[in-house]
Design a binder for this molecule. Structure first.
Ligand code: URP
Ligand code: ZN
Ligand code: ZN
Length: 457
């Protein structure tokens, strides 16, 4: 090792990658990992002793919604508060979404969203481009946007009544154009016809309590939409990414399509792994209204098994928090309650505790799901693993301590947590973004550090 100084050395830690763990020191220079070997003994401006700690690549939350409009209100985290919460949970990059207003071009929607994040987000941020308004007209914008590095598109097969759904014919067109230009489409897959008819039946019968949310937005609706979308992706021979997979039925539909050779990526979220629809039976069960809804314990077990079998590619959060007051605006009626849950700060702690520590997935699988796979799928070449030349996005975790999720200790703008009271095996010591310390000994210290817009190459 030549005798040259680093900006930062992380020494004596156990470095975890997607292939295993090793006792290695990490030398960081100019925001990048410049050395990775045992016992680096050279000068550095700063040293962090990670003895008895695990060192992970910075995690990526590939599905967040900071400050989006839902039901006459907005999800309560903006890019500033949401990115602080993310950093305090070991997340160094989020991928959020544009919000396409009626009559707005995709280009404008991208520009508006960048302005909301720039100089606010303390971690790196990417943007999937939502196509919700006039897809046939807007599709011509896609090739140029992809050329400029906006290559991931998001569409919905539901939410017709709030103007976000696109038809299957429009979906086919978007999928074809995006794929021909080297991009990727992400789909929120729920069959809107089934959902609208079940919702109407329940509303007519006066069944408005939270438990009628999963009874209206059923697992069958998810499976039906996945099957239809996969059929189209198969016909076009394109890849397709299914967001927030929630059910065994949806999983089975996806796996059947994969058996036929359809190239599907699958994402699930912590809420579908560690919570269940029983929460809807609580007095304040309507707080947990999110879409797709929480499912049964059997659904969760099927998703865990799929993670263990490497059938699901990514775990992300769908972070979209509302305060208790916002949830209460729906008067406990499921169709009027803003849908979404907080999650960005608890993503890694929950997957580590309930996945790795409880023996459902390995440590390496967790790193694949939260770092390596999203980096590869979304073309974030400097991220996702600890290797020489990669960006110095790192997380130091003290696995020996015990913790409990308490809303009052979380850093977002929410005032409750869906995971309140759940045990966590460990605590976060450091989060480092491009060599800059965002979290030190569990405290956010990164108010002068800002993340960058991530584009695809
Ligand atoms: O209920 C949720 N998850 N709200 C955010 C929008 C979406 O469908 O992902
Ligand atoms: Zn969705
Ligand atoms: Zn979402």
């Amino acid at each position: 090792m030549e005798d040259r100084a680093f900006d930062l050395i992380i020494c004596n830690g156990t470095v975890v990658t997607d292939t295993g763990k090793k006792a290695l020191d990490i030398g960081i220079l100019d925001g990048k990992i410049a050395a990775l070997q045992p016992n680096i003994h050279v000068d550095a401006s700063q040293k962090i002793d990670a003895t008895h700690k695990l060192v992970f690549p910075g995690f990526i939350d590939a599905h967040t919604h900071m400050g989006i409009p839902i039901m006459d209100t907005h999800s309560i985290d903006d890019f500033e508060s949401g990115s602080i919460a993310a950093a305090c949970g070991g997340v160094t990059a989020i991928i959020d979404f544009t919000v396409q207003e009626k009559g707005q071009s995709l280009r404008e929607s991208v520009d508006v969203r960048i302005e909301k994040a720039r100089g606010k987000s303390h971690i790196d941020y990417g943007l999937h481009v939502n196509v919700t308004d006039l897809p046939e007209k807007r599709v011509s914008e896609i090739p140029k946007l992809i050329e400029e590095g906006f290559s991931i598109y998001k569409v919905f097969s539901t939410y017709r009544q709030i103007g976000m759904m696109i038809t299957w014919e429009e979906f086919r067109q978007v999928l074809k154009t995006v794929n021909e230009n080297g991009g990727l489409v992400c789909l929120h897959a729920e069959a809107n016809d089934l959902i609208e008819s079940m919702t109407a039946k329940n509303v007519d019968a006066g069944n408005l309590a939270a438990i009628y949310h999963p009874r209206s937005r059923t697992a069958e609706a998810e499976a039906k939409a996945i099957a239809r979308a996969a059929e189209i992706a198969g016909e076009l021979d394109t890849q397709l990414y299914i967001v927030h997979l929630s059910s065994r039925a949806g999983l089975e539909a996806a796996l059947k399509a994969r058996e036929r050779g359809v190239k599907l990526y699958l994402e699930t979220c912590p809420q579908y792994l560690v919570l269940s629809e029983d929460y809807y039976k609580k007095e304040n069960g309507f707080y947990w209204i999110t879409t797709p809804p929480l499912r049964t314990k059997e659904d969760s077990e099927a998703l865990w098994q799929a993670l263990a079998d490497d059938e699901i590619d990514v775990v992300a959060t769908d972070h979209c928090p509302f305060t208790i007051a916002q949830k209460e605006e729906g008067n406990k009626r499921f169709p009027l309650t803003p849908n979404g849950l907080a999650g960005v700060e608890t993503l890694f702690p929950l997957l580590y505790t309930y996945g790795v520590v409880e023996g459902r997935i390995t440590l390496e699988q967790m790193v694949q799901l939260l770092a390596k796979n999203p980096a590869e799928i979304f073309d974030l070449s400097s991220k996702g693993s600890i290797r020489i030349g990669a960006g110095a996005d790192l997380v130091i975790w003290d696995a020996a301590s015990e913790n409990v999720v308490r809303a009052e200790n979380l850093h977002g703008n929410g005032d409750w947590s869906p995971y309140e009271g759940m045990s966590i095996s460990g605590s976060l010591d450091y989060t480092i973004l491009g060599g800059h310390t965002l979290v030190e000994n569990g405290r956010f210290v990164g108010k002068d550090v800002y993340g960058e817009l991530l584009k695809t190459d």
